[in-house]
Ligand binder design. Structure first.
Ligand SMILES: Cc1ncc(C[n+]2csc(CCOP(=O)(O)OP(=O)(O)O)c2C)c(N)n1
Ligand code: SF4
Ligand SMILES: [Mg+2]
Length: 351
């Protein structure tokens, strides 16, 4: 929660980490004006500022694409690695093993994750690496001038590409099929929902998949295209109103949020995600419900958004190993060298 602290000769809004929102920004964007990816980067900045995250405790990852350029446009002060096309997951897995105390944020595209990187995507999901994995999904390869990606809907017509004849890949279904522990879908045209889902994803202990429809205004934004602003606005069916409540704000939760039909999910860090029912009561802890709702949405042409599935009971990747209480990449020779008596025991076993 942001507070106002007086500073020398000025008044700046700072958060509990003592940082202003500017401390969470990156370089000025070079993406097209109106690109959904810019809107998502802005929500990442706001979410991290409001959550009082220290930028130096975050590491950013991406592959190749306009979407994968995004990490340059937020968190200047964080670590980052722009990997090869579709190979961000293996870089992230290695880096987060090297320091299990950093929070990972990966930004990828539908081409990067659902086309060339599909194999890598499935394996980082099943390994439950502790990071937020954002797919900025526009149905095309924006950076290389708008070819159909694997998430483009069948029948999509683009001036320079003709008609897409293939059935699309649904990233959330693929994530669920790979035993994901957090799966959400959102829309760049719904920034409030994007921000609340980002906060919930950042509090998740494990891999949080955020598939965000993020229109490419240059190559795929005609009104009838499933990844356009107009189609998204006309067909969005949110599952719930979502509110993220930080652990220390539980009193607000008690007093203000309890009215009406709500479901609460308590995250690993004690924060609570409140899901206020809209139409029907949706249970995001049921994989069956998640698959059913996505199947129903596909049949009816709805863009269903919200927290589709969450399981807070599974260990993250590094919790499955008996690691020391220090980042592995900071261990020195003295920590790593076996004691002489241990070496004697090992040698005795070998001969
Ligand atoms: C190994 C490899 N193959 C192909 C390319 C060319 N390439 C660059 S970006 C891209 C697709 C990016 O699409 P997406 O991930 O959807 O990102 P967007 O630009 O749409 O945000 C491709 C095919 C590449 N850079 N490397
Ligand atoms: S080409 Fe499309 S995806 Fe790339 S920056 Fe422009 S609008 Fe965004
Ligand atoms: Mg794309």
């Amino acid at each position: 929660m942001a507070t106002t602290l007086p500073m020398a000769g000025t008044t700046a809004q700072v958060n509990l980490a003592g940082l202003a929102k500017n401390d969470y920004r990156g370089a000025p964007t070079t993406l097209c004006q109106g690109c959904g990816h810019n809107s998502i980067a802005n929500q990442i900045i706001s979410a991290l500022f409001e959550m009082n995250v220290v930028p130096e405790n975050v590491v950013k990852f991406s592959g190749i694409g306009c979407s994968s350029k995004s990490p340059t446009y937020f968190l200047n002060r964080s670590f980052g690695f722009n990997g090869l096309h579709g190979r961000m997951p293996s870089v992230a897995t290695g880096a987060l093993f090297g320091d299990q105390f950093l929070k990972g944020i990966g930004v990828s595209g539908d081409g990067d994750s659902a086309s060339i990187g599909m194999g890598q995507f499935k394996h980082i999901v099943r390994r439950n690496v502790n990071m937020v994995y954002i797919i900025e999904n526009n149905g095309v390869y924006g950076l290389t001038k708008g070819q159909f990606s694997a998430t483009a809907e069948v029948g999509l017509k683009l001036k320079k590409q003709g008609t897409n004849e293939y059935m699309p890949v649904d990233i959330c279904m693929e994530a669920l099929a790979s035993n994901a522990t957090f799966v959400a879908r959102s829309f760049a045209g719904n920034p409030k929902q994007v921000k609340e889902l980002l906060k919930a994803a950042l509090s998740h202990n494990g891999l949080a998949v955020l598939d965000i429809v993020s229109p490419c205004v240059t190559f795929n934004n005609q009104d009838t295209a499933f990844h356009s602003y107009t189609w998204g606005k006309d067909h969005e069916e949110p599952l719930h109103n979502i509110t993220y409540v930080a652990p220390r704000n539980e009193i607000i939760l008690e007093e203000e949020m309890k009215e009406g039909e709500v479901r609460e999910v308590t995250m690993h860090d004690g924060s609570v995600v409140i899901l206020k029912n809209l139409d029907k009561d949706y249970n995001p802890t049921s994989r069956f419900e998640a698959l059913r709702v996505m199947e129903e949405a596909e049949r009816n042409g709805w863009l269903v958004t919200g927290l589709l599935y969450v399981d807070t009971s599974k260990p993250s990747l590094t919790e499955m190993y008996n690691l020391v209480d220090a980042p592995l990449n900071r261990l020195g020779d003295a920590d790593l060298r076996p004691a002489p008596d241990m070496m004697d025991k090992v040698n005795a076993l070998m001969f």
